[in-house]
Design a protein around this ligand. Structure first.
Ligand SMILES: Nc1ncnc2c1ncn2[C@@H]1O[C@H](COP(=O)(O)OP(=O)(O)OP(=O)(O)O)[C@@H](O)[C@H]1O
Ligand SMILES: [Mg+2]
Length: 371
């Protein structure tokens, strides 16, 4: 039996998915009234605001969804405060409620399965953020649920590397992390002008990191990658406190001077009882199209650091134009030039990271019983 046109319009609009939340408008209860008069259908769709382009994109998607059903006009109606409070209730999982009340990130609650990966370096400018962004995007391409917390509060660069410019949307007091290339991102860069220097004291930074972990609707994640500031500062301490199950990966260039500083940051992590799992050497060599290798920043530093720390050297990423250009244009090299040498090495790095698996933790309370 042919259903009436209003039902069809409501169904099509309800099937639209809010990508950042990961649920359909029907599930979220955001399809408003649908009525018709003189063969013209008027439909309302509620939405949670944000940048104007979010509404424009949604309007275009909604119109495309009902375009073949005749004369249908879709009106976007911003969700009012009462509607936002209701939606917030709907989105809060029991884990989130517990996280909120204890101010503990969901990733640190007992039974949490997200692998939290801190990407650290001694020196700045060694490619830590580029590695973080590319690894995250590659993991997402493989179907993993991935987030990046840009904890480099002084030198945030993840939004730019992923081409994200929009302010996060806020539902009541929940912050929705914007998504790029399938990766959810939270960064101070969304709230602070790029040219504004951030001069903060430790406690304020600590509070911000707490908010980014507890008040953000991360949803369920397989991986949370944390782009840490270079060195051994306050942020590492905050992370240790909020995310004591983090694994640390250290990025260095091959230069011996860089290696010495990287070693210091790795030792600081160890002191905080965060396990250092591996070393990534970046800017290893420049390789000409003819295959000639130029070790511009020297060679052997990554291997040396890995030996000193007793961990594996997971990758030697070459210097390539495509990697730098990808970052400058906001499209990571693994997406923009998948056949580039750097993309190949990054994919191999992700293979290793996945095969390494989460840290096995010794549980003192569990004993092997012999019969
Ligand atoms: N393998 C590489 N090949 C070419 N360019 C690279 C490579 N790795 C990083 N770069 C470039 O080097 C610059 C610094 O990289 P990036 O911002 O990732 O480093 P960082 O360690 O996060 O720096 P910061 O300390 O400023 O946060 C960027 O312009 C990036 O595009
Ligand atoms: Mg950086």
């Amino acid at each position: 039996m042919a259903r009436n046109i209003e039902e069809q319009v409501a169904e099509r609009l309800g099937a639209l998915v809010d990508d950042e939340i990961g649920e359909s408008f029907q599930q979220l209860g955001l399809v408003g009234t649908v009525s018709s008069r003189l063969r013209r259908v008027n439909a309302q769709l509620h939405y949670v605001g944000g940048a104007p382009e979010v509404a424009q994109r949604l309007q275009a998607q909604a119109e495309a969804a009902v375009g073949d059903l005749g004369s249908v006009s879709v009106e976007l109606v911003p969700l009012d405060p009462a509607g936002q409070a209701e939606l917030r209730e709907r989105l809060m999982t029991p884990a989130m409620l517990e996280a909120r009340s204890s101010r503990t990130p969901v990733f640190s609650l007992p039974g949490a399965t997200t692998r939290v990966i801190g990407v650290s370096s001694g020196k700045g400018g060694v490619g830590k953020s580029s590695v973080t962004a590319n690894v995250a995007v590659e993991l997402a391409r493989r179907g993993r649920r991935v987030g990046i917390l840009d904890a480099d509060v002084y030198g945030f660069s993840i939004p730019k590397l992923l081409g994200l410019a929009s302010m996060p949307r806020v539902i009541d007091d929940l912050i929705l992390p914007p998504k790029a290339f399938g990766v959810k991102v939270m960064s101070l860069g969304f709230f602070v002008d790029e040219d504004t220097p951030v001069i903060w004291r430790g406690p304020m930074l600590h509070k911000t990191i707490e908010q980014f972990l507890v008040d953000v609707l991360w949803g369920e994640l397989d991986y949370l990658l944390v782009d840490m500031p270079p060195g051994t500062g306050d942020v590492a301490l905050s992370l240790q406190q909020f995310l004591p199950r983090s694994e640390i990966f250290v990025v260095t260039t091959p230069q011996s001077a860089a290696v010495r500083v990287a070693q210091r940051s790795a030792l600081a992590a160890k002191k905080l009882k965060l396990p250092v799992r591996g070393v990534v050497e970046n800017m290893s060599a420049f390789v000409t199209p003819g295959g000639e290798r130029y070790p511009i920043f020297g060679s052997g530093g990554g291997a040396q650091l890995a030996t000193e720390l007793g961990v594996e050297l997971l990758a030697e990423l070459p210097l390539t134009m495509a990697l730098r250009e990808g970052g400058d244009h906001g499209t990571p090299v693994v997406v923009h030039s998948p056949s580039d040498l750097a993309s190949e090495s990054l994919r191999a790095l992700v293979d290793k990271l996945e095969s390494l698996g989460p840290v096995r933790r010794y549980r003192g309370d569990l004993k092997v019983q012999s019969r």
